[in-house]
Design a protein around this ligand. Structure first.
Ligand code: MV4
Length: 450
C-alpha cells in the first residue's frame, strides 16, 4: 500500500480523498494555487505545496508542478478527483513515466472513452445497447442528409471529442441538417481541435440514468446500480438520486450486468460511470466517464461502501472489499449541489462566508470545504457543497432533504439553496415524474428573469 498520496484537486473532493487516506493510514499531500493558500484542503492535508498562480491552467492543470510536488514530498500516487486532470490520458502517461501511480483507469481506457465514436463502437462490440445512429463518423453533409432520410428526423449531430453538451446540435427536419451538421463540426473543431462528428436518432423525452461500475483491472468488475441525474440546467446536474425512481429491480439487474460484464472484459480498473438515456423502458448508451463523479455519494449511501477507499486499494494492486453478491441496496439517497450562484440567473457569486453552519443528524452528509471566514475565490467552479441525505425510502429522503436544507446556513454570498426548497414544493419531484427537460421548463416558468 502507498504511504503517501498527493491529491491533484481542491475543494470538497480534495477533502473527500484526504478523509479516505486518513482512515487507511495513508499520509496526504495537498497542492494549491496562490489563491487557495487559506483553503480547507490545505489545512486538512498532512502537507501542502503551492503549485502556481490562481488560474487553474497555471496550477491545478500544471502537470510539471504536480510531478515536482510528488518528488519533493515523496508521494507515490496521485488522486485526481473530478474535473481538472481526471480524464487526461497524457497526464496518466506522464505520471507512469515518472514511476508514480495514477489512482484511476489506464491512459488507454481514458483515451478510448474520451473519443465518443470510439467509445460507442467499443460498447456496441461489448453488447451494451446504444442509441441507433451512424456507424462511426459521418464524413460530409451529403452522408449526413442520406442518414437523416434513412433514420427519420429528429436526429442529433455530436462532435466525437465533445461531451457535457458541447458540440451537439439537433436537426428537427431535413431543412435543419445543413446548419446543424456544419455547426456541430465547427464547434468540435474550435473547442476540441477535432471536427469529426457522428449522428444519432434524437430521443425527445428521456431520463439521464447512469450506472456506477467498478473494476479491479484483472477482469473482475461489479455494478452499483444507477443514479438518476435528469434534473440538469445547461448540462450541469443539480439534483441526483439513487436508486432511480423509474427503474425496477429487474431492469437494474439486467443493465447492471451488461455494464459490469463489459468493463470486466476490458480489464477496467477503478470507478467508472456508464451514461444512458432511458426512454419507454429502454436504455441507450451515450458516454462513459472514466472518473469518480461528483454525485458518487448517493451510491455510497445506498450500498454502504467507500468508493475512494476502493479506488486506492485497486490502484495499489490489492483486491476490492466486495463482490456483486455483497452489494444490496439499502433505502434511498438524494444529493443537491449547493453552488455559489445568484438566482434566478445562476450568476457566479464568489465572496466571503460570514457565517457557515452545516446540517447534521441521522442520514445527513454535508461534503463541503467551507468554513466561517473563508473567501470563495472567483477562479474555479461554483460548487461549494453537496448535501446528501439518506432515508429508508424516497419519501423519507425527501422529507430529510427539506429538513436539512432548513438547517444549512451560508451567509455572505448567494447560493442555490432556495432552488431546492422551491423544487420540494413540486408534485413531480415527489412522484419522481421528470425527464432531462423538466428543470429547464420549470425554471422558465418559475424563475423568469426580472
Ligand atoms: C442526446 C439527447 C437526445 N438524443 N442524444 C447531452 C449531453 C451529452 N452527455 C448527451 N446529451 C444528450 N444526448 C440523443 N441521441 C439528449 C441529450 C441531452 C441531455 C442528456 C442528459 C441530460 C441532460 C440533457 C439535456 C439536453 C440534452
Amino acid at each position: 500500500m502507498f504511504d503517501k498520496i498527493l491529491i491533484a484537486n481542491r475543494g470538497e473532493i480534495a477533502l473527500r480523498v484526504i478523509r479516505a487516506c486518513r482512515e487507511m493510514g495513508i499520509k496526504s499531500v495537498a497542492v494549491h494555487s496562490t489563491a487557495d493558500a487559506d483553503a480547507m484542503h490545505v489545512r486538512m492535508a498532512d502537507e501542502a505545496i503551492c503549485i502556481g498562480p490562481a488560474p487553474g491552467t497555471e496550477s491545478y492543470l500544471n502537470v510539471a508542478a504536480i510531478i515536482a510536488a510528488c518528488e519533493v514530498t515523496g508521494a507515490q500516487a496521485i488522486h485526481p478527483g473530478y474535473g481538472f486532470l481526471s480524464e487526461n490520458a497524457s497526464f496518466v502517461q506522464i505520471i507512469e513515466d515518472h514511476g508514480l501511480t495514477f489512482i484511476g483507469p489506464t491512459a488507454e481506457h481514458i483515451r478510448t472513452m474520451g473519443d465518443k465514436i470510439t467509445a460507442k463502437d467499443t460498447m456496441i462490440k461489448l453488447g451494451v445497447p446504444c442509441v441507433p445512429g451512424s456507424e462511426g463518423g459521418v464524413p460530409d453533409l451529403a452522408a449526413a442528409k442520406k442518414l437523416g432520410a434513412e433514420m427519420g428526423y429528429p436526429v442529433i449531430i455530436k462532435a466525437t471529442a465533445g461531451g457535457g453538451g458541447r458540440g451537439m446540435k439537433v436537426a428537427a427536419t431535413a431543412a435543419d441538417m445543413e446548419s446543424a451538421f456544419m455547426t456541430a463540426r465547427a464547434e468540435g473543431k474550435s473547442n476540441f481541435g477535432n471536427d469529426e462528428v457522428y449522428i444519432e436518432k434524437y430521443l425527445t423525452t428521456p431520463r439521464h440514468i447512469e450506472i456506477q461500475v467498478f473494476g479491479d483491472g484483472k477482469g473482475k468488475a461489479v455494478h452499483l446500480g444507477e443514479r438518476d441525474c435528469s434534473l440538469q440546467r445547461r448540462h450541469q446536474k443539480v439534483f441526483e438520486e439513487a436508486p432511480g425512481p423509474s427503474i425496477t429491480p429487474e431492469e437494474r439487474a439486467k443493465i447492471g450486468k451488461v455494464c459490469a460484464d463489459a468493463v470486466a472484459k476490458i480489464n477496467y480498473i477503478g470507478a467508472g460511470t456508464i451514461e444512458f438515456l432511458y426512454e419507454n423502458g429502454e436504455f441507450y448508451f451515450i458516454e462513459m466517464n472514466t472518473r469518480l463523479q461528483v454525485e458518487h455519494p448517493v451510491t455510497e449511501a445506498i450500498f454502504g461502501v467507500d468508493l475512494v477507499r476502493e479506488q486506492i486499494l485497486v490502484a495499489a494492486g490489492e483486491s476490492m472489499t466486495f463482490g456483486q453478491d455483497d452489494l444490496e441496496i439499502n433505502g434511498h439517497s438524494i444529493e443537491v449541489r449547493i453552488n455559489a450562484e445568484r438566482l434566478p440567473n445562476f450568476a457566479p457569486c464568489p465572496g466571503k462566508i460570514t457565517a457557515y453552519h452545516a446540517p447534521g443528524g441521522l442520514g445527513v452528509r454535508m461534503d463541503s470545504a467551507l468554513y466561517q471566514g473563508y473567501s470563495i475565490p472567483p477562479y474555479y467552479d461554483s460548487l461549494i457543497g453537496k448535501l446528501i441525505v439518506h432515508g429508508r425510502d424516497r419519501a423519507e429522503a425527501l422529507a430529510r432533504l427539506d429538513r436539512a436544507l432548513g438547517e444549512l446556513i451560508v451567509d455572505g454570498i448567494d447560493t442555490t439553496t432556495p432552488l431546492f426548497h422551491a423544487l420540494l414544493q413540486e408534485k413531480d419531484i415527489h412522484t419522481g415524474e421528470y425527464n432531462i427537460h423538466w428543470l429547464e421548463k420549470w425554471l422558465d416558468a418559475n424563475m423568469a428573469e426580472g
